[in-house]
Design a binder for this molecule. Sequence first.
Ligand code: NOJ
Length: 479
Amino acid sequence: MTEWWRDAVFYEVYVRSFCDSDGEGVGDLRGITQRLDYLRALGVDAVWLTPFYPSPGADHGYDVSDYVDVDPLFGTLGDFDELVREAHARGLRVIADLVPNHTSKEHPWFAGDRSRYVTAPATNGVPNNWPSNWGGSAWTLDEERGHYYLHLFAPEQPDLDWHNPQVREDFRAILRFWLDRGVDGFRIDVAHGLVKDRTLADEPEPFPAVRFSSDWRTAIDQPEVHDVYRDWRRLADSYDGDRVLVGEVVFSDQRRVAPYLRPDELQLAFNFSLVFQPWEAEAMRRSINESLAALPVVTWVLENHDVTRIATRFGAREARAAALLLLALPGPVFLYQGQELGLDEVDLPAELRQDPIFHRTNGERTGRDGCRVPVPWTRTLQENAWLPQPPTWSGLSVEAQTGDDASTLELYRRALARRPGGAFAWRDAPRGVLAFDRDELVCVVNVDGEPLPVVGVVLASEELDGVLPAGAAAWLVRP
Ligand code: NOJ
């Protein structure tokens, strides 16, 4: 039997911002359980939950202080069990987010002897030139301990030392804990970063000004990291039910992702290459071709909790066309909550921004709060949401869009219900247009071309009059 994840649509729930069941302004696990029927009706197969573990919240959960519990802000282990039970009862899988690269500074391991962390004696000054991904040095001096500790992200997120067998043992137990509770797999944060060059050699300078720090860092993506995934894969495979490991392996060149997907390692990795393409046909075609050529299973992603929403990146009409592109491509797709509503990036004032990226770069990088504003469920917006919903979101709310055939939500529902299978093959198309076959459908996206006559429309990103304008897409009956 084919593994369920090969063709699945995963829906990312950013727990803080999905659904608030107790009205204190922050989403929680019970809120997610209450919305499982919504997710089922939407037509997704699996839910990825961002970290819900106890955390001081320096990076909203990506700084874990206890890997085997639930933060009281989000509920209890009992709530988690109920969520998994209710999801499974509806045929939905649940994957949890594992954060193995770093812990929170508040984790008891960090209060202990620090042998689980990457540290270097303070005697010779800052150990090397490694920068933090979020500005400043990746090293912070702990005067009391007489050492520097490493943090590729914020100083509140010290990096674990994966050369230490104890760390490997600890994580095996953590994986087992959640697998025993019924999770269908894990999304692995910074999966390519766990093992650092143990010589702590300087990175070659100057650091290139590219988007992906991982592309040029030589200290990560070390060969030993693959042993970790072989080990985890054996563990996951010892459970029934096709548990899946999805790596966040952040390289712009997907050929560097491929080794993580060897048959005895991770089953899936996010393919971020489309995330960083402009709305240009040739750039998108190249990205799709490169991904298909490089990877054994290609996942498709346009949004997540770290990047600007497509309604803002591409435009509102284009974002709807992008949905038809995404859902016609072959292989697993990852949707981010609110993408199905066409939510745009929210331009928040500085005093409301919470992302450490904003603060560590003194506002030079605006950070990710704009895509993390809580989902609007009802026309009446939530007054105390932890980030304020703009008034325009009343009309984008689930309540407002449900049953409105012209809405983005109903477009996603229809597309998810009709998602094509079968082989992928490009068709000849005019400049600016992407067209390809799947089973019984042809997907045509007029990205930036001339208006194109179309017939046999099954589904379109907007109302068409026999012609597909630039910024629109359609699924057509295959002639
Ligand atoms: C990637 C996560 O998606 C992001 O939100 C987080 O800040 C970093 N990893 C560090 O954990």
